[in-house]
Write a protein that binds this ligand. Structure first.
Ligand SMILES: *Cc1c(COP(=O)(O)O)cnc(C)c1O
Length: 395
């Protein structure tokens, strides 16, 4: 409602735990790739709720399906079957090529489940393995387990001691991974494209090297596709472009286009020797409401061939950003793939992001001095042009 922004901001600041430095904008509604605040101002969205709202805002087909499910039933617990979770899991199997799925309520929980599944596998096989190898500059979430494998001391230090047995290798450096392998290693965990850490793309060689190493040493490979997955890189999942397949993978963010849902999936081989009844659970996970969102989101992705659109738009965005790098001294380099791009600036991007906001463009940062561009996947060339026009003006 117009004029109410100050009230909403005051309330939020007064009542919530102060864990976020929010932008002074109260978002009220969305349409396509635009968001509107309570003052009626329009914003071009290159954040997508942190790579979540891939179909943009106001997708009628998705919203109708979700509304219908609310009227039928939102929650059952996992003590009973429901009408939506089988189909949603089937849809995720189809697009991942994995064999079995467990639904969670967030990315963090998908990572926790993946970590637990790897340990249970080792336990079941009697190998005594429990150590994880993770990557520097990684991000896997905020629970103690997920933070323990997050390669950024800023997230870990205040909560130490962390899980024992976690070692950090250099991303895209296979020798540094090999150097950390022991007979106690149960899993290697990595993001095929690091998001939060500053948009770092793995090489196919690195991914294949890890796969081979894991096979030789009896280690499980876990891919965190929470941010880079679901079409964003121009493949449904980023690992699919590398000629490798993980044993366990984590998904979340875009799989429900904003419904709070995550999942981890595994091969049949892992599933047969891993989590069994009583080992893991969640009250909400896989409820009919979020599963309707997942099944419908996947259906729309396939029907509208979002992945091809991402390839085309990703190429265009890349071209425009490369040109920006050449024409602006303050922009040092572009990194990324598809519609998961970053530009590294010569200085911290906070001020530029603030100015962009005033110009009606939503941007977010990542890693060191990087502006992260993760728009809804349904953007068109004209939106890229508009974003570039604003960047040119403010950088
Ligand atoms: C966002 C993110 C997570 C955590 O997901 P939440 O839903 O915020 O718990 C984990 N890994 C990656 C790569 C992410 O981008």
């Amino acid at each position: 409602m117009a004029g109410m922004a100050d009230t909403y901001i005051k309330e939020t600041e007064e009542h919530l735990v102060h864990t976020y430095n929010r932008f002074p904008v109260v978002l009220e509604r969305g349409e396509g790739v635009f968001l509107y605040d309570t003052e009626g101002r329009r914003y071009l969205d290159f954040a997508a709720g942190i790579a979540v709202c891939s179909l943009g805002y106001g997708n009628k087909e998705l919203q109708d399906a979700m509304k219908q499910q609310i009227d039928l039933l939102m929650h059952t617990s996992n003590l009973y079957y429901n009408t939506a979770c089988g189909a949603a899991a089937g849809a995720l199997k189809r697009i991942t090529g994995m064999d079995r799925v467990f639904f969670t309520n967030s990315g963090t929980e998908a990572i926790e489940g993946a970590l637990k599944a790897a340990r249970k596998y080792a336990y079941q096989k009697g190998t005594g393995r429990y150590e994880y190898i993770a990557m520097e500059h990684s991000f896997h979430g905020r629970s103690i387990g997920a933070v323990s494998v997050t390669g950024n001391s800023h997230y870990r230090e205040p909560f130490e001691p962390m899980l024992p047995g976690v070692k950090f290798a250099k991303f895209n450096n296979l020798d540094s991974v090999k150097a950390l392998v022991s007979d106690k290693t149960c899993a290697v965990i990595l993001e095929p494209v690091q998001g939060e850490g500053g948009i770092h793309v793995s090489t196919g060689e690195f991914m294949q090297g890890i796969r081979k190493l894991c096979d030789e040493e009896g280690i499980l490979m876990i891919c965190d596709e929470i941010q880079c997955g679901m079409g964003r890189t121009g493949n449904m999942f980023a690992w699919q472009s590398c000629g490798t397949k993980p044993d366990i993978m984590a998904m979340a963010k875009a799989i429900g286009n904003g419904a709070p849902v995550g999942a981890f999936a595994m091969t049949e081989e892992v599933a047969q020797s891993s989590l069994a009844p009583g080992d893991h659970g969640t009250t909400y996970g896989g409820n009919p409401f979020v599963c309707t969102a997942v099944a419908k989101t996947v259906e729309i992705f396939e029907k509208e061939d979002i992945v091809s659109h991402v390839r085309e738009m990703g190429e265009y965005l890349k071209e425009r950003l490369d040109h920006l790098v050449q024409s602006k001294d303050s922009v040092i380099e572009r990194r990324g793939v598809g519609l998961m791009q970053g530009i590294r600036l010569s200085a911290p991007p906070a001020e530029a992001i603030q100015t962009a906001l005033q110009e009606g463009l939503l941007l977010i940062s990542a890693g060191d001095n990087v502006i992260r561009l993760v728009p809804p996947l349904v953007i068109k060339k004209e939106h890229v042009d508009e974003m570039i026009r604003i960047l040119k003006k403010i950088l």
